[in-house]
Design a protein around this ligand. Sequence first.
Ligand code: ZN
Length: 478
Amino acid sequence: MEYCMDKMKYGKKEIEKIREALVYSPVLVWDALGTADKKKVFSFCEGYKKFLDRAKTEREAVECILNLIKDKGFSEDVTQGSLKPFVKVFRGKSLALVRPGTAPVEDGIRLLISHIDSPRLDLKQKPLYEDVDLAFFKSHYYGGIKKYQWVNRPLAIHGRIIRSDGSVLDIAIGEDDSDPVFTVLDLLPHLAKKVQYDKKLNEAITGEKLNIVVGGLPLGDNKTKDRFRLSVLNYLNETLGLVEEDLISAELEVVPAGKARDVGLDRSLLGAYGQDDRSSAYASLKAVLDMKNSEKTAVALFVDKEEIGSDGATGAKSNFLESVIWDLMLNMGIEPSAYKAYRVLADSRALSADVNGALDPDYQDVHEKRNAALLGYGVCLTKFTGHGGKSGANDADAEYVGWLRRLFNRKKVVWQSGELGKVDEGGGGTAAKFLAVYGMNIIDCGPAVLSMHSPFEISHKGDIYMTYKGFRAFLEAP
Ligand SMILES: [Zn+2]
């Protein structure tokens, strides 16, 4: 086709019209919202902050979700042909909420999958020792952390211990104002030149130096062996009924102590531990609870172990989703079969509800600015993940992106497209690729955050709200 040369002579107004009609420009959430909607954004985030405070581990997230769905009509049993919403918990660490739709399940479901684990320090199984008259717990970090971020900060210990008699003890020490906290020590700058300053950042603090201070009172006099270690054991025994061997049958997670906070004088931002990926988990939960009855069956899956590759019984690579689909078929009065289950999954549409890294104002060089996600520009669609030449990627197809884009535009969801960093810079993945094997349409979708995987991740309140709005539109769409 020939290009009309006359168009080169267009005036300013005509050129502006062309620009408006043709050029894609992302929209800042605040520019798209009226006063009433802005209030909704802030009130939505009050609930989100409470969720973050109560759900600092995967187990706590499951408990918290179960509390929030109380009296909302979710049955804990699957009854043949009941067509009622149900909840399925797996080993206390992953959970599915299912809301059957009016359409036959063979037409596929709408699936949101988010993860409820976050990077942290796990206690080793034989954690307790003493050194230089202080008692410590050894830790083993979980997920992708920058080790230097975990020193010199108040930490809390959350988790579960199975005692020798088989009884279960859940603890969370360090969150209440009256609780003690814990910490990892760091070297004073005066002596850090050779052992830290001359090293690479990720070598300056090693994994075996992430030791947690837990005590400093001795038991007995200076002739008593291991009296600081013994003192901690004695305390644990007197207050919690524990003996040292109990710590072997325990999952104790060390997380930043303290609550989610508003950030900035205008409170437009939110800072907290674990927003990857509890932001998407909370938005998924709220979307399932608030959605109007819809045609398609809605499933929100909350999984564990994403931060270490989705392996294990409670991760996205397990067959938890398949078992949920079998239950769903029973619930809808269909004779379950593997053939039908795979057909349902292949015909489904899914959002891998997870965060992306926002363009960092201080490190813009690692991003390719035209394609980076921006804080405050709404829920982010990440067409592909992976690293290098899309290695290890889930890559959603154009048709699916086209469907979602039209849906979000129609429903006035402020959204953007983003990728994680420059092509050769690094990368990462999510649970999406493990579900894509079923043949379903799946794409990463969630808020962009700053300081991702740090003890204090930063999100934009407008993005959190748009994530909820996007997820809800997705579940309600015919
Ligand atoms: Zn994540």
